[in-house]
Design a protein around this ligand. Structure first.
Ligand SMILES: [Cu+2]
Length: 149
């Protein structure tokens, strides 16, 4: 038995030292919702929770319910909350959950094609740098109490 044990020990050591395999790129999108809007509204905020297995990035979003969808962030600028587009998209760190929500990162559905009535829904197709694209159904509902855009 001695020669076998000698053979196994170095192999076990090798396995312990090799780096962890990279997680497969995969993003889970959940709890998507958009604010209601009257017909002719210029833009409306949409939100979604993203959980990524590997380091990834939300690079673009599309929806047939609007002319285009922008990825926005909000920051304080001279005491005023302002939003701006993230031209490189939104980073999604491995193993973390990123919640797009009112007052923080959000999606902006530009030029909705019609009224967005509370209780309705619309599709959002999310494109990632590595993970396959995902289409989610966003519920149209009002923001929870006390939450600003
Ligand atoms: Cu915005």
């Amino acid at each position: 038995m001695k020669p076998v044990a000698l053979l196994i020990a170095p192999l076990a050591l090798l396995a312990a030292c090799s780096p962890q395999p990279q997680a497969e790129p995969a993003v889970t999108a959940s709890d998507a919702w958009c604010r209601p809007a009257a017909a002719g509204a210029p833009a409306v905020g949409c939100y979604v929770t993203l959980a990524s297995a590997a380091d990834d990035r939300l690079v673009s979003v599309e929806s047939p319910a609007g002319q285009r969808v922008e990825i926005h962030t909000m920051s304080m600028d001279g005491g005023v909350m302002r939003m701006r587009e993230l031209p490189d998209g939104l980073p999604l760190p491995a193993g973390e959950t990123t919640a797009l929500k009112p007052g923080a990162e959000h999606l902006m559905l530009m030029g909705p094609t019609g009224a967005l009535d509370e209780g309705g829904e619309l599709p959002l197709t999310l494109t990632f740098e590595k993970a396959p694209p995902a289409t989610v159904t966003a519920q149209i509902r009002s923001a929870p109490h006390g939450m600003a855009h």
